[in-house]
Design a protein around this ligand. Structure first.
Ligand code: NAD
Ligand code: 6OD
Length: 484
């Protein structure tokens, strides 16, 4: 049986307690994972602190960028290993992991290798009151030791999205991947070491959140900043934990995202696009649409089309190329999603399709699949319309006016993403600009340019990452003022 270790100061280190990583496809055991205790987290943070003052601290920007590019090469060279690890941990279809997760793991390192070489900083020629002048210019320094805490839904993508810019800026990191997805982070440690990253620069500690590696990391005095992706409630707990030390945080949190479909949309493209927005990765993407609003003249036709898309999804084994939809990540998460299916019925929803658990007649019946589900007929106040479910489910409702659609889409405490579907260019801009969301897509969904700001408003997060925004979070900008 595989045993996954933490990676501390350039070596794999075994914790005393282990926990089981279960394959969500059939409930089989993927690996035992050795949990890092408080002393191991401390060791990782101390190693990271020392590494800042070691050879890593002397790397030029160009040398850091070259190391990041080598890590990207290493991920690509071991594409098959990363793919197998990602699939075993999450059960997601090979078609998805090979198209999105693993390529983005490499792309995150390449993009930030390029960006750090080319990132400029501001400078000002300042006129002084006595008729003289001064020059102000800013320099970029690493923040120090960055704690990186990530979720299970896009494990490699989301972890590298934070680790790459943090390293590009010269920091050292201690990463706590989700307990549900320990495998790709462990592989990344091998790749980072092969790429010549000095010991202590990249550390991985395995474990859980409260009273485990997650909490030991956020509360550690020697951690200078925390970057976190996960549930809004967890973000709130971490915020409390770091408050006494006033640590900077970057939070990418939950969402209850809306898709607005106008009657003038390109029907076929929109039906496919909205189906992707709802069901990709079994609805386990923070950007997924869980609320779909359709202009009334198109409503019945669109509901039928989306139902047909949902029913044509292929739930199956992840390594089967035709599988489109995998299981949910765990039994616990499936129970949560099923409790919302039940709640929808109690709240009086019409179940357009799904609402249950598929039967396969083989080992997958021991896994954590649910049916792609569409519900309708609920008031906007219903819990199923207000709370993030994080599964393959949406509520679909009609609207009569643009104002009404905007008001309904924005009536949420979250504010991560939205999508607007129309062939009217002016309306596309107009509605997109009024969305209460960090990112709005028009006639597309999850189309990413890694240089753009990414993050959410309200319960969906604090701060922006992406491009220069990441570089600025992972740097201390020092201003220098010279009197001339
Ligand atoms: P989660 O909040 O349960 O866990 C995320 C990570 O935090 C895990 O590594 C976990 O072990 C750790 N953790 C939990 N409690 C902690 C604590 N008290 N202290 C320190 N660490 C702690 O989230 P999840 O269930 O893994 O992921 C799903 C959630 O993540 C959804 O809400 C989804 O919307 C959100 N998400 C957001 C984004 C985004 O970019 N905004 C991206 C992906 C996922
Ligand atoms: O694409 C990204 O950079 C990103 N952070 C995606 C987040 C997806 C949420 O599940």
């Amino acid at each position: 049986m595989k045993l996954l270790h933490s990676y501390i100061n350039g070596r794999f280190a075994r914790g005393e307690r282990t926990f089981a990583k279960i394959n969500p496809v059939d409930g089989s055991l993927v690996a035992q994972v050795a949990e890092a205790d408080r002393a191991m987290v401390d060791e990782a943070v101390v190693a990271a602190r020392q590494a800042l003052a070691g050879p890593w601290g002397t790397f030029t920007t160009r040398e850091r960028a070259a190391t990041l590019s080598k890590i990207a090469d290493g991920i690509e060279a071991r594409f098959g290993d990363f793919l197998a690890a990602e699939i075993a941990d999450t059960g997601k279809p090979i078609s998805l992991a090979s198209r999105i997760d693993i390529p983005r793991g490499a792309a995150n390192f390449r993009v930030f290798a390029d960006l750090i070489k080319n990132a400029g900083l501001e400078s000002f020629q300042t006129e002084t009151a006595d008729g003289g002048s001064a020059i102000n210019y800013a320099i970029r320094k690493p923040v120090g030791v960055v704690g990186v805490i990530t979720p299970w839904n896009l494990p490699l993508l989301l972890l590298t999205w934070k680790v790459a810019p943090a390293l590009a800026c010269g920091n050292c990191v201690v990463v706590k991947p989700s307990e549900e997805t320990p495998s790709t982070a462990t592989l990344l440690a091998e790749v980072a070491s092969d790429a010549g990253l000095p010991p202590g620069v990249f550390n991985v500690v395995h474990g859980f959140g409260p009273d485990s590696a997650g909490e030991f990391l956020t509360t550690h005095e020697e951690v200078d900043a925390i970057t976190f992706t996960g549930e809004s409630r967890t973000g709130a707990a971490i915020m409390k934990a770091v408050a006494p030390a006033v640590k900077p945080v970057s939070f990418e949190l939950g969402g209850k995202n809306a898709a607005i479909v106008f009657a003038d949309c390109d029907f076929d493209e929109t039906a496919q696009g909205v189906s992707d927005a709802v069901f990709t990765n079994t609805g386990q993407v923070c950007l997924c649409a869980e609320r779909v609003y359709v202009e009334r003249p198109l409503f019945d036709r669109f509901v039928s089309a989306l139902k047909q898309k949902a029913e044509s999804l292929r739930l199956g084994w992840p390594d089967d190329e035709v599988t489109t939809t995998g299981p949910l990540i765990s039994k616990e998460h499936r129970n949560k999603v099923l409790s919302y299916f039940q709640l929808a019925r109690e709240e009086g929803a019409a179940i357009v399709t799904g609402g249950g658990v598929p039967e396969f007649g083989d080992a997958r019946d021991e896994g954590f699949y649910v049916e792609p589900t569409i519900i309708a007929g609920l008031p906007e106040s219903a819990r199923c319309v207000r709370e993030e479910i994080f599964g393959p489910i949406c509520h679909i409702a009609p609207f009569d006016t643009e104002e009404e659609a905007i008001a309904k889409a924005n009536d949420t405490r979250y504010g991560l993403a939205a999508s607007v579907w129309t062939t009217n260019l002016k309306r596309g801009h107009r509605v997109a600009q009024r969305m209460k969301a960090g990112i709005t897509w028009v006639n597309c969904w999850f189309l990413r340019d890694l240089r753009t700001p990414f993050g959410g408003v309200g319960l969906s997060g604090i701060g922006r990452e992406g491009g220069l925004h990441s570089l600025n979070f992972y740097s201390e900008l020092n201003n220098i003022c010279i009197r001339l």
